[in-house]
Design a protein around this ligand. Structure first.
Ligand code: NAD
Length: 504
């Protein structure tokens, strides 16, 4: 029986009840058991969180701290986060259905590592940049100073709550901003535990970090629209991303959006199939397909199509489905009943549109986990790129295989999508794979690999998969304003060129 954890809202360095006194339960996707009671933040609570962040930012207590000291504190906090890896992994398994194997090696471990890298990277970027000397119409010299935006908002989804929160909190804090985080109501606990761990370190002044869980329509809308917020960083669906952009426009806030995907994974005819078959399943079925950049459209050359399908099916059927808490489990549960129903609807639509279901397509039963939502790895062949299962994000373990004749056809179909987030190319010929990678309109392409996220590299979407980038120096810059400071180099008034214009 998992421990039931209680969390309040974390505002201004204090744990506090919601103004309404309301709480909500969060449940374990593996068995439906209640694993947490969490205060339900509403609009008023969110306003309190934003006010605390504003006060902390305006006081300069964090923003004016030398960069080296901010980075030093973050690296000290990294030690506390590292010590808490087991508990954070346990929480992500219980609350978000991450298999313990995935949490330990990937979602939690990487999140903590990315915090460290971003803290270090920010200390190497420098506060000032010189601007080239310019002498027309008069001598001009200046510098560019990078400054924090102020109050930043992080709105995160349920699928990878910890790491996606870290991708926002780490760059925001490293560059001197304060932050208000709103995690998704299905999976708020690892973000709240993060706040608890940092509170105990006493390294971050009150109000610099605030966590207010609550519904998107109340707490989320307040955060995206409140005039005291300077920047909104959102990860979630494209539909809600559009709404966030609209809300933020009321006070012309800076917005970065990481949205949905339907990524193309292209097998070339010279791919090493031993790696490419396993890699294509890894690209689709990690976390039961609940990943924005999953390679859910697999393009296979006609010449090797039947062999590839036979091997995909055989390998997929060997995956062990089970509780996220079981170290033997390869594929865990879907997060919630509603997600399970979405997957069922899409599978039905694939069948109705004429795709051929070659494996899966039904719920998996796991002994002892009756309340869990497990779905078998599902593969469709004979998929046309205009079918719903090839165009819409399913967010479940469903792979759509599309046969192609020429690489030109594969590239054209890969690009025929409103999304452009991830993608893969499999080939023994790297220059050939690079040529394909260059032509896919997407933010990340893995060659002979998938899902590996590099904290030094930018991550983000083309087209309706998003705006802006996270990670690396690109991600850090998204949290900085750019100020130009002109420094006059003309010593006497009569040398001022503007006298000739305004006769002063
Ligand atoms: P969602 O868009 O429903 O919700 C995301 C967050 O927004 C949640 O915290 C939710 O409470 C909040 N929200 C909802 N309505 C809101 C509103 N009107 N105003 C303000 N906030 C609101 O997404 P989800 O279902 O939690 O997550 C799945 C989606 O996230 C998928 O589409 C997936 O592709 C996307 N995603 C994208 C990335 C990426 O990096 N591009 C990563 C992970 C997930």
């Amino acid at each position: 029986m998992a421990e039931v954890r209680d969390y309040k809202l974390y505002i201004d360095g204090q744990w506090t009840d919601a103004a309404s006194g309301e709480t909500f339960e969060t449940t374990n996707p593996s068995d439906g058991a209640v694993v947490g009671h969490v205060a339900r933040g509403g609009k008023d609570d969110m306003r309190r969180g934003i006010e605390a962040a504003r006060k902390a930012f305006d006081s300069g207590v964090w923003a004016d701290m030398p960069q080296e000291e901010r980075s030093r504190r973050m690296l000290k906090a990294w030690e506390a986060l590292t010590a808490a890896l087991p508990v954070l992994s346990q929480i992500e398994a219980e609350d978000a259905g991450h298999t313990l194997r995935m949490a330990n090696l990937f979602s939690i471990a990487l999140g903590v590592e990315h915090w460290r890298i971003l803290a270090q990277l920010s200390s190497t970027m420098g506060e000032y940049e010189p601007v080239p000397w310019n002498d027309f119409p008069a001598v001009q010299w200046g510098i560019v100073r990078r400054e924090p935006y102020g109050v930043t908002a992080a709105i995160t989804p349920w699928n990878f709550p910890f790491i996606l929160m870290m991708w926002k909190a780490a760059p925001a804090l490293a560059t001197g901003n304060s932050i208000v985080i709103k995690p998704a109501t299905y999976t708020p606990m690892s973000t709240l535990e993060f706040a608890r761990i940092l509170q105990e370190t006493d390294l971050f002044p009150p109000g610099v970090i605030n966590v207010v869980p609550g519904a998107g329509a109340a707490a989320g809308e307040e955060l995206a629209s409140n005039p005291m917020v300077d920047k909104v960083a959102f990860t979630g669906s494209t539909e809600v991303g559009r709404r966030i952009m609209q809300l933020a426009s009321s006070t012309v806030k800076k917005v970065t959006l990481e949205l949905g995907g339907k990524s193309a994974n292209i097998l070339l005819d010279d791919a090493d199939l031993d790696i490419a078959i396993a890699g294509s399943l890894w690209a689709t079925f990690l976390h039961s397909g609940q990943i924005c950049h999953s390679g859910t459209r697999l393009f296979v050359p006609a010449s090797i199509h039947d062999e590839v399908i036979a091997r995909l099916v055989e390998t997929a059927e060997g995956l062990k489905i089970g509780s996220a808490m079981d170290f033997e489990t390869d594929m865990g549960p879907l997060v919630h009943r509603s997600q399970y129903e979405t997957v069922e609807r899409y599978v039905q639509s694939g069948i109705e549109e004429g795709a051929k279901l070659v494996t899966g397509g039904e719920r998996a039963l796991v002994p002892g986990c009756d309340g869990g939502y497990f779905y078998k790895p599902t593969i469709f062949t004979d998929v046309r790129n205009d079918m719903k299962i090839a165009q819409e994000e399913i967010f479940g373990p469903v792979l759509s295989v599309i046969k192609y004749d020429t690489v030109e056809d594969a590239i054209a179909m890969a690009n025929d999508s409103i999304y452009g987030l991830g993608g893969g190319v499999w080939s023994r010929d790297i220059p050939r794979a690079l040529n394909v990678a260059k032509r896919i309109r997407t933010g990340t392409v893995w060659i002979n690999d998938y899902h590996l996220l590099n904290a030094y590299a930018p991550f983000g979407g083309y087209k309706q998969s998003g705006v802006g980038r996270e990670l690396g120096t690109w991600g850090l810059r998204e949290y900085q304003q750019t100020k130009y400071i002109h420094v006059d180099q003309v010593p006497t008034k009569d040398q001022k060129f503007w006298l000739q214009i305004l006769g002063l």
